[in-house]
Design a protein around this ligand. Structure first.
Ligand SMILES: [Zn+2]
Length: 371
């Protein structure tokens, strides 16, 4: 009988664990105290292959914030960090789709305030739906309010069949180490959406989801922080790795608007306005080259033979209708909602023209080039 006498293993120092290293780096990035709790979960990989994980600053009574992180070659990068895209190439356990999406990630830059957002070069297009079945009308129980931080990045929605669906295609991740309640879907164009308070959510670790795929039911889960007085989904928007104000962004052909204090706001579909506790029928995504007719009053919009009011009227299109834009050109100047003034005209898919100030596209720039 062979007896092996093993030397006692060297004690593993807690300070050396990957989790502790990542937690310490997140605290340093955010200049937090050294005893601030950070919950780190490794989603995939080892220090040898590189690691993909989630790091969460739990919320307590407030909401949490969470970042996907990459760790390779002793380096750690969180979503929104300048090094994130380059580090993705060094993590071999990422899928081809993760390499593509993370490899395109841009560093976060704070948004520039603008007096006339609709006319700015800001781009509020999302090509996302509201996070439930098309045709259902859920209650808009909370206008734009923060997740973590001060950006009013999130709205509350409840009702319908209670099934929370992906607002668009992307890669899904369970963010909280409880694996409950909180999913993130990383979309193209630097956008991501978060779904919080879910009950019976799917377990996701980079799974590809399509627009409309089931994520979980509305619920009251707060395992990473926050509070919920009734079953709902807290639906948040992120861009370039940070929560961004939802004001002016479009989901399900509703333009989300903030006003007053957090939780105050409304939503616009053309000239139709829905206030808090009203119902939002989900009309599906507004395409990147589409617009919503918004005549700032609800009258029909003239379609003309060319880009200007000197051109003959060849038809009309109703307020709230969706139009597809071929290209844009300069024409006569007009003023639309919120003082948006522009000489831009859009040539529609049927060859007729409308002034861009009466078509909400999410940007004051041409959405599909110039004619
Ligand atoms: Zn909320």
């Amino acid at each position: 009988m062979l007896t092996l006498i093993l030397a006692p293993a060297a004690p593993v120092r807690a300070a050396d664990s990957l989790e502790d290293t990542v937690a310490a780096r997140l605290r340093a990035k955010l200049t937090l105290e050294s005893d601030r709790p950070v919950r780190v979960s490794v989603l995939r990989g080892t220090p040898d292959t590189g690691v993909l994980g989630a790091a969460v600053l739990p919320g307590g009574k407030g909401y949490p914030e969470g970042w996907l992180f990459l760790h390779a070659g002793g380096e750690t990068a969180f979503e929104g960090d300048p090094a994130f895209a380059a580090l993705a190439a060094k993590v071999s356990v990422l899928s081809a789709e993760e390499h593509r999406v993370f490899g395109q990630a841009r560093a976060y830059t704070p948004p520039q305030p603008s007096k006339h957002p609709a006319k700015s070069t800001a781009d509020y297009r999302t090509a996302l739906r509201l996070p439930y079945a098309l045709g259902q009308a859920w209650s808009y129980t909370g206008g734009p309010h923060p997740m973590s931080g001060s950006a009013r990045s999130s709205i509350d929605l409840a009702g319908g069949d209670g099934r929370v669906l992906a607002a668009g295609s992307g890669l899904a991740y369970t963010m909280c180490d409880s694996k409950k309640g909180w999913l993130r879907v990383v979309h193209d164009r630097g956008l991501a959406t978060d779904y919080y308070h879910l009950s019976g959510n799917i377990a996701a670790n980079g799974d590809r989801v399509a627009e409309g795929d089931f994520l979980g039911d509305i619920g009251t889960d707060v395992s990473c922080g926050g509070s919920a007085s009734g079953a709902h989904v807290h639906f948040s928007l992120r861009r370039d790795g940070a929560y961004v104000p939802m004001d002016h962004y479009v989901f399900g052909k509703w333009v989300i608007r903030a006003q007053g204090d957090p939780y105050d706001g409304f939503a616009m579909h053309g000239s139709t306005r829905v206030d808090i506790d009203g119902k939002l029928p989900n009309y599906g995504p507004l395409g990147l080259d589409q617009g919503l007719v918004d005549t700032d009053g609800g009258t029909a919009l003239n379609r003309r033979a060319g880009p200007g009011t000197a051109q003959p009227v060849v038809g009309t299109v109703a307020d709230g209708e969706t139009v597809t834009i071929q290209c844009s050109a300069t024409g006569t100047e007009h003023t639309g909602r919120d003082g948006y003034r522009s000489t831009l005209w859009d040539k529609l898919a049927d060859g007729t023209w409308v002034s861009d100030v009466y078509v909400w596209t999410g940007t004051g720039e041409p959405v599909d080039g110039t004619c």
